[in-house]
Design a binder for this molecule. Structure first.
Ligand SMILES: NC(=O)c1ccc[n+]([C@@H]2O[C@H](COP(=O)([O-])OP(=O)(O)OC[C@H]3O[C@@H](n4cnc5c(N)ncnc54)[C@H](OP(=O)(O)O)[C@@H]3O)[C@@H](O)[C@H]2O)c1
Length: 287
């Protein structure tokens, strides 16, 4: 299975590259291939003729997407239309990464793959549009929605990840206020990458929700990070309203999968287990 990874060097792409290392895989970073350069995307993929393209490239700074909505749609949606058409022409499977932010968060039970997206931000809307183009123009597609990503490489688009930011601020002795009214599932990109590859190799098609197990608020997530890392910063809960972000975010975006089990793919371990493994890998675990 010859694979090309778009958005190479990102935190999920780095773990996908590692997971796919037993087969031919080429990771193309933004500097080598801009997904918005339609002709170049067609030329490169046409020359390489991969079996699978995995698109992790995204403009996902949620607040910046509100003002830079044209860029959000260019990267997260229109580039996907081109990519989907190119992959369809080459008979290549397109695996596209999407987000829990396609949902509004008004539900109080986990969102299933069959639930209708109803985004509340420009970022979420651009990702829904990207999904539409992928499923409409590329018959052989897999769309993977995940949430709260953190990985060893750190998200280049956000200058690190939540776990590292919390540890850095705690070590700097800053009092921390973290939102307690947004419930999601923190997901380790190492686990996610392994599951995405399992889904591809099992011949999965369509939309899949893949996250670690359980769910928590960002405040609870921060508390667990500090407990595992043996840090005791002054940590207090706050609300989304008091925090005052530009973009609206879902209050509840836990997702469940109705599609992994029928494909013979087990769910991912709980988020607390994944966090401990990550902290161990990064040398942050308390003795
Ligand atoms: N991070 C999260 O919490 C989260 C949650 C749910 C879903 N997702 C989705 O998961 C996917 C991977 O996210 P991630 O956390 O691994 O992000 P990441 O580390 O920021 O990786 C995204 C990569 O895309 C690249 N990129 C941006 N614009 C591009 C363009 N026009 N052409 C080519 N590459 C471009 C970025 O490069 P530069 O930085 O050099 O521009 C970056 O290397 C994205 O689709 C995102 O929407 C993320």
């Amino acid at each position: 299975m010859k694979t090309i990874l778009l958005g190479g060097g990102g935190q999920l792409a780095t773990d996908l590259e590692k997971t796919l290392a037993d087969a031919p895989v080429t990771a193309l970073p933004h500097s080598e291939l801009d997904v918005c350069d339609f002709n170049e995307v067609r030329r490169v993929l046409g020359a390489e003729r991969p079996d699978v393209v995995i698109n992790t490239a995204a403009f996902h700074h949620v607040d910046n997407c509100e003002d830079e909505w044209q860029k959000a749609f260019n990267v997260n949606a229109f580039a996907c239309k081109n990519l989907a058409s190119v992959c369809a022409d080459l008979d290549t499977t397109l695996v596209h990464i999407s987000t829990d932010y396609v949902f509004s968060g008004t539900q109080s039970t986990p969102y299933k793959e069959s639930d209708l997206p109803d985004p509340v931000s420009a970022y979420g809307a651009s990702k829904v549009a990207g999904e539409f183009f992928v499923k409409t123009y590329c018959p052989n597609h897999v769309i993977v929605r995940s949430s709260g990503l953190y990985g060893v490489a750190g998200a280049s688009g956000k200058g690190g990840n939540f776990v590292e930011t919390m540890i850095r601020l705690a070590k700097a002795g800053k009092p921390l206020s973290v939102v307690d009214d947004q419930i999601m599932v923190p997901t380790c990109t190492n686990d996610l990458a392994e599951k995405i590859v399992e889904v591809i190799r099992a011949g999965g098609r369509g939309i899949f929700h893949i996250t670690n197990g359980g769910g928590c608020s960002w405040y609870e997530f921060a508390g667990q990070i500090f407990e595992c890392a043996g840090l005791r910063p002054e940590l207090s809960p706050t609300t989304t309203e008091a925090y005052g972000c530009k973009a609206a975010r879902p209050a509840y975006s836990v997702m469940s999968s109705e599609k992994l089990k029928p494909l013979g793919v087990d769910p991912l371990p709980p988020w607390r287990d994944a966090l401990r493994r990550y902290l161990g890998q990064k040398g942050h675990l308390a003795a």
